[in-house]
Design a protein. Structure first.
Length: 548
């Protein structure tokens, strides 16, 4: 729901007020309707049976916002023309909760057809509330007919808390139990300055130089810290006992709240963004752009074990008849000593640079074409996961919580494509037929080789060779659209028939592979071994649209 109101004060001032909200209530339950019978998972195949293998839960999201802006044009202030804009933005109610539990509080793990162990968990209730109040001021200052400066500053105050939540059982009915809330999990006060400019390099304005610098702060979402909720209940595992026929042999337990905290002095992470570009009109319907973009991030919010003790030790990694020694970190302190704290870390780094060349031929003589080439380099600390950055939420086991996460971890991002080409065009063919096509060409994304290292804190996936040592195959993909309109006789009425084809040449480029060389199905690029997923196959869609 959205509401808007505006009012003008004379010819130079405009006040706009906007408000709106979203409320989502969604239940995740078995399709068969049985919320009582526990599900089963076969650890040999990963297949689920009997019932839903995930917890039954209710997901609630409640987001409202209110924005007000005052715009004023001034021609008698200092010099030139000023387009002032002042505003306030508020999200006083922004809550996300998830409540529920496994059917009858259990999930069974089988070894083929034989019982193996069981997970038991009391119904959980997790949630977070984000309140944000911001204000900003900006000035689009036209100095003369060739130069414009953009000045801006913004202040945001963000508060995160955990609401008090009523517990729901696996049937999503209230149990009568309520978990307390946690006020002021964090509080951020962020100031964001920004500066931009545009200069016409010739009197005809066919060549324009643009630039921008700004500091931007991260947007926090409730699921990032809802693991600290008092309603995050413990996971308890028990082996099956052949003698008693029951699951009564303790295996292990995990309390998501235990040994977990948020730094009371936590501050928001930020990114500084720099941009410079030049635009040139070469012909009335044809122009080119060249631009450079750089991003530098800092004050990273990550998890760290601030109390555990780790000792360096050697691990021999043998791959392709070659052996190397990795230095890994074995926890020497008891697990009860560890304290996983969400905190700011200065031992991370993340940089992004890109050069882009664009050419744009606007629609004329029945055809148009947009083309671009981008070179980019993204360097980042991240997991060894393929085609992702692999951060996850800020839970106890989040990225960075174990020092082994940082081994060989600073390298090209898993989504870094060094060379990217885009072509998109359309042609108004005879007989009223419209033909359009888009080409995507990306050089192969990098991936790392990881190994499974057994340690006292459990097996850890360690990057043996950093991302960029290996790359996935390049992606070349073409999409096509064909459509034609048929007038129906009456003014404004027509029928449009269309055909859309995705992946026209049916390429099968891998986009997810097994990169753990400790496993037998490690991806080598030969055949289909280790390929977990490929780009979606050729798909055709026929459309009929009636306009009146």
């Amino acid at each position: 729901m959205i509401a808007q109101w505006s009012h003008t004060f004379g010819s130079a001032t405009l006040l706009e007020v906007k408000g709106g909200g979203v409320y989502i209530n969604k239940d995740y339950v078995p399709q068969i309707g049985d919320r009582i019978t526990p599900g089963h998972i076969d650890v040999l195949t990963g297949a689920a049976s009997v019932n839903r293998a995930s917890a039954n839960n209710r997901d609630l999201e409640n987001r409202q916002n209110l924005n007000a802006t005052l715009s004023h044009t001034a021609t008698d202030f200092i010099k030139g023309t000023h387009e002032f804009k002042f505003g306030v933005q508020m999200t006083p109610w922004n809550t996300s909760t998830i409540r529920g539990g496994y059917a009858s509080g259990k999930l069974f793990y089988d070894l083929g057809t034989a019982p193996y162990y069981v997970l038991t968990q009391e119904p959980y209730a997790q949630g977070g509330t984000i309140k944000m109040y911001g204000t900003f001021a900006q000035d689009d200052w036209t100095l003369n007919d060739r130069a414009t400066i953009n000045l801006g500053i913004r202040y945001d105050r963000t508060n995160g808390s955990v609401p008090s939540l009523e517990q729901l059982d696996s049937t999503l009915e209230p149990t009568g139990k309520r978990f307390p809330g946690i006020p002021d999990v964090f509080r951020f006060n962020d100031v964001s300055p920004r500066l931009g400019f545009a200069v016409k390099l010739d009197q005809s304005a066919k060549t324009v130089l643009k630039g921008h610098w700004g500091r931007y702060f991260s947007k926090v979402i409730a699921p990032q810290f809802q693991g600290i909720s008092p309603g995050s209940t413990a996971f308890n595992y028990f082996f099956f006992n052949d003698q008693t026929g029951k699951y009564d042999i303790p295996y292990y337990s995990i309390d998501p709240k235990a040994n977990y905290a948020v730094d009371p002095h936590l501050s928001n992470q930020w990114v500084d963004q720099y941009f410079v570009g030049i635009e040139r009109q070469l012909r009335p319907n044809f122009g080119v752009n060249i631009s450079f973009l750089m991003k530098k991030e800092g004050n990273f919010i990550r998890v760290r074990d601030v109390s555990g003790t780790y000792a360096a030790q050697s691990y021999l990694d043998t791959f392709n008849n070659r052996t190397q020694t990795l230095t890994v970190f074995n926890r020497t302190s008891p697990s009860s000593q560890s304290l996983y704290e969400v905190t700011n870390r200065d031992d991370f780094n993340q940089d992004y640079k890109s050069f882009t060349f664009e050419a744009n031929k606007r629609l004329s003589t029945r055809w148009q074409l947009q083309a671009s080439y981008t070179w980019q380099r993204s360097l980042i600390y991240a997991r060894g996961t393929v085609n992702s950055q692999g951060f996850g939420f800020l839970s106890r086991g989040a990225y960075g919580s174990d020092p082994n996460d940082l081994i060989n971890a600073y390298a090209r991002s898993g989504v870094d494509t060094t060379h990217a080409v885009r072509l998109s065009g359309s042609w108004e063919a005879p007989w009223g037929i419209h033909l359009g096509a888009t080409y995507f060409g990306d050089s192969g994304r990098p991936y790392a080789r990881i190994v499974r290292v057994p340690l006292s804190q459990g097996a850890r996936a360690v990057i043996a060779e950093p991302r960029g040592t290996y790359t996935l195959p390049a992606l070349n993909n073409v999409k096509m659209r064909l459509d034609k309109d048929f007038p129906l006789g009456r003014p404004g009425q027509r029928l449009r028939l269309s055909l859309d084809v995705q992946n026209l040449f049916n390429v099968d480029t891998p986009n997810s592979i097994q990169n753990n060389s400790s496993l037998e199905d490690y991806y080598t690029g030969a055949g289909h071994v280790g390929i977990l997923n490929v780009v979606p196959p050729r798909q055709a869609q026929v459309g009929i649209r009636f306009e009146f």
